[in-house]
Design a protein around this ligand. Structure first.
Ligand SMILES: [Zn+2]
Length: 380
């Protein structure tokens, strides 16, 4: 095996063994040892004292090994048979922690480290045939990611609630706002580790939403320790992002920029309005293209068109949003609760028919966009 060690060249005084703080049970009956990464020539091992019955219960491989008359268990450590594991110690720790204390993961709310920690553990679960633990770990990662637009909105609503509480605490100068800020940070999912987890372990259903989340993160925002304290600005573990995924990120962002422009065109063309409220210039556009001076003239008798046009200028804007699902909701929200500027500019607001048309359009545009995500990020 690639990381097999050679005891023949190691002198005993260069070997250190660390008993795992949570996985060295006094009543364990088997010891596992895995090499720890080291930058020196010294050999360092992580030691686990665990239970044959527990390993056998979860793994056919261990069950067969222990049933095999202990033929390969001649080494002894701390009075118990010793098995040398040729696996990454962190991966083995995370797998054993999941087996012994699944509640640590199952009861933890969504967390940016979950796919990062469980990626190697799932790999080992596949290797040693811990089928149920493997399925549970995959489920633990995927359950954090919404697979429908409704679930996306529910997650967004929960987050908005937390942010509201945090702002309120901060404005009242309550010290617990730091705790709430940390809660928001540790509930903020990190997309790159989820993407590589999903690609390695075949749970591709979360890829479109994970890439969509990644698209709104700046490529210079690398994950660092402060991300556990504050969710702003959003960061990603870019160091895990390979070339193919980087291309998906770039193409996806280009597609979202194109989407932004397409919506602006639809708004300018009056596509969102009831047919009864279209001004003549959208049906029979003057040539050359409509200038702003003339537009005011055209809009005099078309207050609904004027409202949507103003919504485009004030709310949709010219800068592309890399979260158009949220930007589309802002259009509907602005109609329901217009800003003072929007009210001043368009005192007539929308007629009932156009209001209905706008909200239906926002709903269907968001659903359509959600369906397009796999295509945008070249996942099909
Ligand atoms: Zn109208």
């Amino acid at each position: 095996m690639e990381n097999r060690i050679s005891h023949a060249t190691a002198t005993p005084d260069k070997i250190t063994r660390e008993e795992h703080p949570q996985l060295y049970f006094a009543n364990g009956d088997i010891v596992l040892q895995a090499k720890l990464p080291s930058e020196t020539e010294n050999l360092s091992f992580q030691m686990y004292c665990v239970h044959k019955a527990v390993l056998s219960l979860h793994s056919v491989v261990f069950s067969n090994l222990f049933a095999d008359g202990s033929a390969n268990l001649e080494s002894v450590y701390d009075g118990r048979p010793l098995i040398e594991m040729f696996d990454d110690a962190d991966d083995l720790s995370n797998l054993l922690l999941f087996v012994y204390k699944p509640s640590d993961y199952l009861m933890r709310t969504s967390h940016p480290d979950t796919p990062f920690e469980l990626r190697g553990a799932v790999r080992l679960a596949s290797k040693y045939l811990l089928d149920e633990a493997r399925a549970d770990m995959i489920r633990r990662v995927t359950m954090d990611w919404p697979l429908t637009i409704d679930d996306w909105d529910i997650c967004g609503g929960e987050r908005e609630g937390l942010v509201r509480v945090w702002r309120d605490q901060r404005d009242r100068n309550v010290s617990s706002h730091f705790v709430t800020q940390r809660t928001i940070a540790v509930r903020t999912l990190e997309p790159v580790s989820a993407i590589v987890f999903a690609q390695e372990h075949g749970c591709s259903g979360i890829l479109p939403v994970a890439f969509y989340r990644l698209a709104s993160i700046d490529i210079s925002a690398e994950w660092e320790l402060r991300c556990y304290l504050s969710a702003e600005p959003p960061c990603a573990r870019w160091s895990l992002c390979d070339k193919e995924n980087l291309v998906r990120y770039i193409k996806g962002r280009q597609a979202l920029e194109g989407y932004h422009r397409a919506v602006a065109r639809q708004m300018a063309a009056g596509d969102i309005l009831s047919e009864n409220c279209l001004p003549w210039c959208t049906i029979d556009p003057p040539s050359p293209s409509t200038g702003d001076d003339n537009l005011e003239e055209y809009m005099k008798d078309a207050p609904c068109f004027h409202f949507i046009w103003t919504l485009k200028e004030l709310v949709w804007g010219t800068q592309p949003s890399y979260d158009p699902l949220a930007a589309l909701l802002k259009l509907a929200d602005a109609e329901r609760s217009p800003s003072e500027k929007l009210k001043r500019t368009c005192p007539h607001r929308l007629c009932l028919e156009c209001k209905d048309s706008l909200h239906k359009w926002v709903h269907s545009a968001r659903a359509g966009l959600w369906e397009c995500l796999p295509n945008y990020f070249q996942l099909q």
